[in-house]
Write a protein that binds this ligand. Structure first.
Ligand SMILES: NC(=O)c1ccc[n+]([C@@H]2O[C@H](COP(=O)([O-])OP(=O)(O)OC[C@H]3O[C@@H](n4cnc5c(N)ncnc54)[C@H](OP(=O)(O)O)[C@@H]3O)[C@@H](O)[C@H]2O)c1
Length: 239
């Protein structure tokens, strides 16, 4: 049976590839982001079962407004939206902007939507999957701290949803190419440096993260909850 799937940040990068996996399986997929043109182009490419929804998920008013468009029953919710801004400068004001911004972009985007649609998650088979990062366990300042707080929240969420038979898990990627995340920062030298930190000697692909998400969303993964699935070529273990 076709499922109702919501993918935040589904217009680009990892989210786009996740949306593609579900759309190819015949599911109805809502992709959420702030840029209408990006979402519409993605939906056009992915096919008629994919619907764009423009919403800044860090803004409670926009999340509330989005509730009228989101499906009444959600089988799979994928909290993938997130980003890491750089170039805030020095001093306490810049520090505050960076830490607040990373928390808003990576934590509140997931928490505001999930808590708002909680009652729409399908009992017995619903899935919530949130994208963390290797940065949650290996540094990266305010961004890593924000992703790490998703881990605590996910544990809480899994405990709350468990009695309804709904699972909540995280996928934590290492460096993944083919997204807007790094912008021009991910040049050839940086790719080599990051590849050398993994056990496989390469960085990841968006489809590899999408495959991990798709597995956690499958009926076969129904006894897995509160977990973090690392997808980083062995970088966490190191050489
Ligand atoms: N690429 C990596 O190496 C890597 C590694 C570890 C974890 N991650 C995580 O993977 C996830 C996907 O990132 P990506 O690499 O695919 O980068 P990306 O291409 O920049 O994707 C991020 C998506 O999130 C959306 N988004 C950001 N803020 C939003 C907001 N406030 N409301 C709604 N949508 C928002 C963006 O669309 P709009 O700008 O149009 O809103 C964009 O489509 C992120 O959570 C990131 O932290 C990435």
């Amino acid at each position: 049976m076709a499922r109702n799937v919501v993918v935040t940040g589904g217009g680009t990068g990892i989210g786009l590839e996740i949306a593609r996996r579900f759309a190819e399986a015949g599911d109805a997929v809502v992709i959420v982001g702030r840029r209408r043109a990006v979402l519409e182009a993605a939906a056009e490419r992915l096919g008629p079962t994919v619907t764009p929804l423009v919403c800044d998920l860090a803004d409670p008013d926009e999340v509330e407004a989005a509730l009228t468009t989101l499906p009444a029953r959600i089988d799979v919710l994928i909290n993938n939206a997130g980003s890491r801004e750089t170039g805030f400068g020095a001093g306490p004001h810049a520090l505050l902007a960076r830490w607040r911004g990373d928390f808003e972009r990576n934590v509140l985007t997931a928490v505001l939507l999930t808590e708002s649609v909680r009652d729409r998650l399908t009992p017995g088979e619903g899935r919530v999957i949130t994208i963390s990062s290797i940065a949650a366990l290996r540094g990266a300042g305010s961004y890593g701290a924000a992703k790490a707080s998703l881990h605590a929240w996910n544990h809480f969420l899994a405990a709350q949803l468990g009695p309804s038979g709904i699972t909540a898990n995280l996928v934590a990627p290492g460096t993944v190419a083919g997204t807007e995340f790094f912008g021009p920062r991910l040049d050839e030298a940086e790719v080599s440096r990051r590849a050398a930190r993994t056990l496989l000697g390469r960085i990841g692909e968006t489809g590899e993260v999408a495959a991990a998400v798709y597995f956690l969303a499958s009926p076969e993964a129904g006894f897995i909850t509160g977990e973090i699935l690392h997808c980083n070529g062995g970088e966490l273990l190191g050489r």
